[in-house]
Design a protein around this ligand. Sequence first.
Ligand code: HAM
Length: 418
Amino acid sequence: MIGQVAGVRGVAPLLPMDAVRWGAVEDCLRALMDAYGFREIRLPILERTELYARAVGEVTDIVEKEMYTFTDRSGDSLSLRPEGTAGCVRAGIEGGLFHNQAQRLWYQGPMFRHERPQKGRYRQFHQWGVEAYGMVGPAIEAEIIALGARLLAKLGVETRLLLNSLGTPQCRERYREALVRYLMAHRERLDDDSLRRLERNPLRVLDSKNPDMAALLAEAPAIADSWSAESRSHFAALQDHLAALGVAFEVAPRLVRGLDYYTHTVFEWTPHETLAQATVIAGGRYDGLVSGLGGAPTPAVGFAIGMERLVALVTRLPAPPVLDVFIMASASFQRQALVLAERLRDAGFTVETHLAGASGRSQMKRARDSGARVIVEAKDEVAIVHGGPVKDEGAMPWAEAVVRISQILGAEANIDGK
Ligand code: HAM
């Protein structure tokens, strides 16, 4: 066999130079998860297709057109997860996490949607999700929105926070009726997709990406007109909380989100209002989902970050960990270099080695590019420390190398007598 095997469209590896950026963003996220008391849950990538049909909604773009669905050898219909919330709820119910307990969970990993690939839209992409269970009312919504705002500020990402409320299921039903009346009155202006949605899930008509329908949808009734007094005060209280926290937001009356499980608050952070593929973080409250999937009624709210989109927008990256020592070795001194590297690691230093027997020049280039504080060359029974930010210390006997290098790095060495 000759020739290359092409990768799958919209599915890309993360190369080492990009992984450094991702790692720094993930470190920042992990620290924030701790700061807000969220705990990790690791979720399967494969679930039964039915889970997404029931949770995300049968008449949504995700379930109708985008899932990677197949029948396995036992005849079960399975899907690669297109999002994390449904699986998180399922795992929480099965694991008994929701019995009269408040839970704050986070997960991360690849999600799969068969969308048309373009910048910021992939078929395999990564989400970092944050979900809080067992807490009613707008305060927890404000808290997780503050978490998102803090993350974006830390990473120097400029976005706008858009906020809306879908109200209670009863408000939604009232709104559905008003919307259907309006759309029926303008039936002749609807495209085929929207006509079909009008029958099965009218709110999804608002998701239409067809520019010819934009004017019609802009005039459609707003959901705010269908809010109950409870929904109105819930949404007003959320806005008061956010103002008290100093989190800026804009109310976006037509924001409905593309998944069916939301109630009350929905929100998105986006750099551009008009580009659907630009939304970086999106989420909302979904009080009906846990009971809808067979659990005890449990209020819930959360969001998911699109990691590819977030990493692309980062302007301020937390400093990457510094490499302390880079060791280069010619072919005949590789064993000494190996031992020295291990001893320095014993002493708590970060060490990278070049053991490929390349020319001294190319090794030195790698060493300089590594940004190491100290560069050590293993040869002739001595280790020579080259400049880097630390000034050149010259040659030293092998036996003294660990102690001397530790002193140069100015750290307390923990050398176990060897
Ligand atoms: P979503 O709006 O479908 O919500 O996705 C959340 C985020 O994932 C988007 O804002 C975007 O950043 C990213 N994303 C989605 N599709 C793609 C794609 N094809 N390529 C790149 N990035 C993408 C959810 O998935 C909900 N589970 C969020 C949630 C959590 N709601 C409550 N809890």
